[in-house]
Design a protein around this ligand. Structure first.
Ligand SMILES: [Zn+2]
Length: 457
């Protein structure tokens, strides 16, 4: 993995331990999320294609993610609950279901372990206690904070200029914080505030976890103190993942994760997604415009995960057309082809495919290779092409293996035979009449190298 042809080495050579930051379930999953999880899914598929066992853990943030993404503001779930007149638990349940429904439509495989923050409160308390015992915390009126000045390499993931941050600190929302980069490990409910989601903790009777501690506590619980891969969007680098590293390394003294992989953003019509622009599209927006969710997946596969992608309805239409062409080819490739394949040519395609996917997940090149294979007139027959594409699709996840040749009704089969008879007898007028009749019923005839083929119009 990595552009420098760095060889990816899991800690345990047979098993990859991977943690993906999951959704905060307070609103509909949107196209930015779709990209993040299609990326993780292709990564997992690529690892499995390399015959590695993968333990893929993803969290569901159903508490503690505050509106400013740091340590201040309202809890996103509680805020949505007030707005929609539901309980916080109902909000979390509703949007978790929406998330997984969307993932299923995108053919994203469910992680081996999905863990909810609210089910792991004690694990988080234990981790904060450990960080506290190691001397990295202090208490303010609204929570237990992490003192980032105590960790000499704080910010190493993002290359943060801590001194610069200190000097440039603008108006700090929380004057009790010792350093601008300090963050809440554990938050206290405000005086007189009745939260729906709150727990007793060693620090305060009405309290709840900070967002960053959730991912560290849950990933360490399921994958151990040190594991292989952690993923998330690029927006997580400077705060969320930086703080995850700080928490883990303050607790264990060990380097937390070996490989951090971040996917870039999706722009919409060249602009950032934002509520005010009304360009945050969810699955309903995509389907109500008549698009196949897998066209979204195809579109994402055409760009490298570390490049921004510009989403437009036109680009989605183009992706959908290409996907439909691919499906047509998969039907055609199920036709008999007596040509003999050159085995070394098949091997060549397999080798190239593996090179592309293993070169930092260069899926777009692997897709081009597949199209090259489809167009390869010389050395590979239909069956071998079909089987190779099915194998490649284990990584693409476009579901092309489910495309079957159409069942042709008996009535049509009979007409085709009758037409053949007429042609043999040189009764071309009758043959044409039968062809028209077949067309009226909704089928067309095509002459191919292997004889007459019938297709649904
Ligand atoms: Zn996370």
């Amino acid at each position: 993995m990595g552009r420098k042809k760095e060889v990816f080495k899991p800690i345990n050579p047979e098993e990859v331990k991977l943690y993906a930051c999951g959704p905060t379930v307070y609103s509909y999953a949107h196209i930015g999320h779709f990209r993040a999880y299609v990326f993780v899914d292709t990564l997992v598929r690529m690892l499995k294609y390399n015959e590695l066992k993968v333990i893929h853990v993803m969290n569901i943030t159903d508490v503690g993610h505050l509106t400013d993404d740091a340590s201040q503001g309202e809890d996103k779930i509680e805020k949505a609950a007030k707005k929609e007149g539901k309980t916080a638990w109902e909000i979390a349940e509703f949007y978790t279901k929406d998330f997984f429904d969307a993932m299923k439509k995108l053919n994203v495989q469910k992680p081996e372990i999905v863990c909810k923050a609210t089910n792991h409160i004690q694990d988080m308390i234990n981790l904060v206690k450990k960080i506290e015992e190691n001397g990295y915390t202090y208490r303010t009126s609204d929570g237990i904070y992490f003192d980032t000045s105590k960790l000499s390499d704080y910010g190493k993931l993002a290359g943060l200029n801590i001194e610069g941050l200190k000097e440039g600190a603008r108006i700090e929302k929380n004057p009790e914080k010792k350093n601008p980069t300090d963050f809440a490990l554990w938050k206290f409910a405000k005086e007189g505030e009745k939260r729906q989601m709150e727990w007793a903790s060693p620090w305060y009777s009405h309290s709840f976890p900070g967002w960053h501690i959730e991912c560290t506590a849950m990933s360490m619980k399921y994958l151990g103190e040190v594991y292989d891969i952690h993923t998330g969007g690029v927006d997580h680098i400077s705060v969320h993942h930086t703080n995850e590293i700080a928490q883990a390394e303050a607790a264990t003294g060990k380097e937390f994760v070996n490989y951090w992989l971040h996917n870039e953003f999706v722009n919409i019509n060249g602009e950032k997604m934002s509520k005010s622009k009304g360009n945050i599209y969810n699955m309903n927006d995509i389907e109500s415009k008549g698009f196949d969710p897998l066209a979204v997946r195809y579109l994402f596969l055409t760009a490298h995960y570390r490049s921004k992608i510009n989403f437009t309805w036109e680009s989605l239409k183009a992706a959908q057309n290409t996907l439909e062409t691919l499906r047509e080819h998969m039907k055609l490739l199920q036709e008999e082809d007596k040509k003999e394949s050159k085995l070394e040519k098949i091997q060549e395609y397999k080798t190239k495919f593996l090179e592309f996917i293993n070169d930092d997940l260069t899926i777009s090149e692997a897709l081009s290779l597949m199209w090259q294979l489809i167009r390869d007139e010389e050395k590979i027959n239909n069956q071998d092409k079909y089987n190779l594409i099915l194998e490649f699709d284990k990584v693409f996840g476009l579901g092309v293996g489910e495309i079957k040749t159409e069942e042709i009704p008996e009535e049509i089969q009979k007409l085709v035979e009758e037409r053949e008879e007429s042609r043999k007898n040189k009764d071309y007028q009758k043959a044409d009449e039968i062809r028209n009749k077949i067309k009226e019923i909704g089928y067309k005839l095509q002459d191919t190298k292997n004889g007459i083929k019938v297709r649904k119009i």
